[in-house]
Design a protein around this ligand. Structure first.
Ligand code: NAD
Length: 494
């Protein structure tokens, strides 16, 4: 049954295989975005000392084992078991995410399946981790490359897909033999903490994975600046990513950054409008628009723009929105007041700058939830703030173009480069533009469709590095060159 809890759940840190209150008793209360008077979770406000304890556990385990030296088959087994346990507890985990993040319950449950599948994929990659040999240096010399785990990895994650984003990193780092310290978002820590008990149940040795809840400062920064941490893997906003990148740079740590996006869909007149309408509505309103690959900006060929706007507007009005606990709801509540104010600020600015409101444009009142109306802004121009900023809300901006050249220029006129899509039945044009659009993922005649075998990440200010793909585990390794003399030693100086 999808019901509100009678009492909030209390979560702890997880350090060296034990749940602990750590150094501070201060707790952060989490109110359900869909039911603002209800406290659903309480997390510990971690301190730098808690972060230091977790780092020490991960460091000691990395230096002394056993996880970094375990056989690939053992790692595979632990990762597979964890996937099974996530599936076993998917209803409970999905409910936690629904209550903490405001995302619809059915979607939240589906995301738990995706998280489990990431553990399965990492388990497979764990068996394919080996280096190369260099056998072409004559009889007296032989070389090989050895893949070693990168060390202690700090993982800092956002609130919009709490478990999914963590599972884009953690199983791959564990597959490589790394040990980890996690700092989940202070708004949605519940499922990340629950994952720690599943890892323990699956047989992960104590200290291999640790977690501290709390704010970015002090906990996140303590992880990024610690000399005992070898690598930082961060997903979040571009602003925080810049800060983390520079701090990690000072320590010369490996760093992977998955940041924000402003993702254009280029829609040409020769496309199938039925398909496009569905993709546009799904692309922009999925997860309330709180999505790094949100299709929040469409670039439409002028000749079909009026018809497309009319059809998208009609379709958007049929999307069920409201209480995230309702199984039929597709658009839930906004994460927090700050985000709601940011979205409404963008809407006011767009109106002042001359955009036309085709749908919505304000707060959606329903029960005690925090909702923003599904919104469509037409006649947006490239310099308007809604055309440039990552709004992270249910807001679609419509820009128009006359020529293919203009479409490409508009698509690339952004500081971001996470994803884009191209809608056309002309194969030449689809291929031509997929090469010219500057983004880590380019979809052709589809939107937000992925496979773990394909890499994901950003150009420009959308990030550094890639997740997923056959190389997902390699990012969490160092390469060592082992050079071996064979036969008699040839003196060189003496
Ligand atoms: P955020 O940057 O505010 O916070 C992300 C995490 O960083 C949180 O855990 C936070 O506590 C921590 N943090 C904050 N300041 C820190 C500091 N100084 N040092 C260390 N850690 C710190 O992001 P958010 O609001 O939680 O998430 C939304 C953002 O995440 C959006 O910009 C979205 O595009 C991005 N995102 C990107 C992807 C991707 O794959 N590219 C996926 C999901 C979300």
């Amino acid at each position: 049954m999808n019901t509100l809890p009678a009492a909030p759940t209390d979560y702890q840190h997880f350090i060296n295989g034990q749940f602990t209150d750590g150094h501070s008793s201060e707790r952060l209360e989490r109110h359900s975005p869909g039911h603002r008077d209800v406290v659903v979770s309480r997390y510990l406000a971690g301190t730098a000392a808690d972060a230091e304890d977790a780092i020490r556990a991960a460091r000691t385990h990395f230096d002394e084992g056993p996880w970094p030296w375990s056989k690939s088959a053992e790692r595979q087994q632990v990762l597979h078991r964890t996937a099974e346990l996530i599936r076993r507890d998917a209803d409970e985990l999905g409910l936690i995410e629904c209550l903490e993040s405001g995302k619809p319950i059915k979607q939240a449950r589906g995301e738990m399946g995706a998280a489990a599948a990431m553990f399965d994929y990492a388990a497979a990659l764990a068996r394919h981790l080996y280096g190369e040999t260099c056998n072409n240096q004559g009889e007296g010399f032989f070389g090989m490359t050895v893949r070693e785990p990168a060390g202690v990895v700090a993982m800092i994650t956002p609130w919009n897909f709490p478990l999914v984003v963590l599972c884009q990193k953690l199983p791959f780092a564990l597959a490589a033999g790394c040990t980890c310290v996690i700092k989940p978002s202070e708004f949605t820590s519940g499922t990340s903490v629950r994952l720690m008990s599943l890892l323990k149940e699956a047989g992960l040795p104590d200290g291999a994975c640790n977690l501290v809840t709390g704010h970015g400062v002090p906990v996140g920064e303590a992880l990024v600046t610690s000399p005992k941490v070898d690598m930082v893997s961060f997903t979040g906003s571009t602003a925080v990513g810049q800060r983390i990148g520079s701090l990690a740079g000072e320590g010369l740590k490996k760093v992977a950054l998955e940041l924000g996006g402003k993702n254009p869909q280029l829609i040409f007149a020769d496309t199938d409008l039925d398909e496009v309408v569905d993709a546009v509505v799904f692309g922009v309103y999925f997860n309330m628009g709180e999505c790094c690959v949100s299709g929040s900006k469409i670039l439409v060929e002028e000749s079909i723009a009026d018809e497309l706007v009319a059809r998208v507007t009609a379709a958007a009005q049929t999307v069920p929105m409201g209480d995230p606990l309702d199984e039929t709801v597709k658009v839930g509540a906004i994460i927090n007041d700050r985000q709601q104010e940011k979205i409404l600020g963008y809407l006011e600015q767009a109106k002042a700058e001359g955009a036309t409101v085709a749908l919505g444009g304000g707060v959606h009142e329903q029960g005690n939830g925090r909702f923003v109306q599904l919104t469509i802004l037409d006649h947006v121009t490239p310099e308007m703030s809604v055309a440039r900023g990552e709004i992270f809300g249910p807001v679609l901006s419509v820009l128009r173009f006359q020529t293919e050249e203009e479409a490409v220029r508009l698509a690339n006129d952004t500081t971001y480069g996470l994803s884009a899509s191209i809608w056309t039945k002309d194969l030449d044009r689809a291929l031509r533009l997929s090469r010219r659009v500057q983004a880590g993922t380019v979809w052709v005649n589809t939107y937000m469709q992925g496979a773990m075998e394909l890499p994901f990440g950003g150009y420009k200010q959308s990030g550094i590095g890639r997740e997923f793909g056959a190389e997902a585990v390699l990012d969490f390794t160092e390469v060592k060159n082992v050079s071996i003399r064979l036969g008699a030693y040839q003196k060189r100086w003496l």
